[in-house]
Ligand binder design. Sequence first.
Ligand SMILES: O=P(O)(O)OC[C@@]1(O)O[C@H](CO)[C@@H](O)[C@@H]1O
Length: 407
Amino acid sequence: MNHILSHQPIKTDSSNRFASNTMTERFPRIIHSILQANPTYPGRVQKRLEELSRKMVENGEIPPLVDSAFDQDQWNCLYRSCQGQGWQETEWFFAETYAYRLLLEACEYFSTLKDPFGPLKERELEQGTAFWPLLAEAETRKNGGAPGTPRSLKEELLQALLLSLWGNRADLSFSGGTALDTTGEIPETLVAQDDQPALDHLLGLQGASEEAESSGREIHLVLDNTGSELAADVALSLTLRRLLKVPLVLHLKLYPTYVSDTTVADLHRFLDVAATHPREEVRSRASAFGAALKEGAIRLAPDDFWCQPLFLADAPPRITRALDRAGMVIFKGDLNYRRAMHDTIWPPGTPLAEAIRCRHEAPWLFLRTIKSDCLAGVSRERCQALQAEDPSWRTSGTRGLLQLASD
Ligand SMILES: O=P(O)(O)OC[C@@]1(O)O[C@H](CO)[C@@H](O)[C@@H]1O
């Protein structure tokens, strides 16, 4: 069995093969890729990274942060939950998230602001393929109503949501990114699809003008990876603005983490490269997004909460207040799903509300390519059928979900 059902967060021990493998093999491979991508790191940085990798492989004790930093006290408080434990015998959500913070410390990020994942992110942008979702959005916008394109506002919204969902496959902490599926149809590879209630709610937010902001009709989008996924999320943002005329708030990571998770710097770098793309559609979409940022119709909300091993039920008031102001919150990706569902493998059929364990004023929509075992809200029958079809369905990144949690 790859995983054991329980009401507790996934652990990095033998009870969960994928989590255990993350700490013994996958994260050490990420450290190795960072060393290769940053050949000019001084010896002391290389040594710290190699030591971090060795400790993980050998199930060494998880170390505290040692360099002073703005968030050191908070992390040392969080660290107490695992003090004395080894990397292969603790909660996965904490271990993995903290490992990325230790990686930043080893790379002296806060004294150089040099993103250790920068070369990897840049490589994806240089390929040019990262901008493909913007071409798909431009195509839909141009051909609206033509044969084979969305005929209704609902269909167009759904196509943008699915483009964003499958954009989550391109995640450098999981793979080098794969082609996006933008057929717009709901493939059978979605294990849950609350598309109709989600679309009905989104349509109810339609605002004729910007007064929508005061009436709690903002749509909040909690971003995930930069590159291809960000392109799909920029396309989704532009579609939501064009069709619903609602203001958007994009939540991002305050500093680099999980290899390709989007920071404000990443978003501006993405727009700068898109502005010089050979395809006019990409340049015009980047320009439209930049204009929406400039006029305040799209706002950015970076926060280090999204870099910490805290579940949404334990979010600080500044985050809760912001999300409760929304007309809908759209959470992108696997990590944010884990954050909402207490990174637990809930018994099949467990309702989302039971897994989330906190009240939220706005409906929460999850657009996730499934890359880890955490799951809720999927029936026993569906789980059994998926398991019979492909035992790796929970971690292969080939299944997705579009789930709506409304209190
Ligand atoms: O949030 P994303 O980028 O979609 O996925 C990130 C992630 O969930 O994917 C891996 C699981 O395969 C984890 O190591 C990591 O937390």
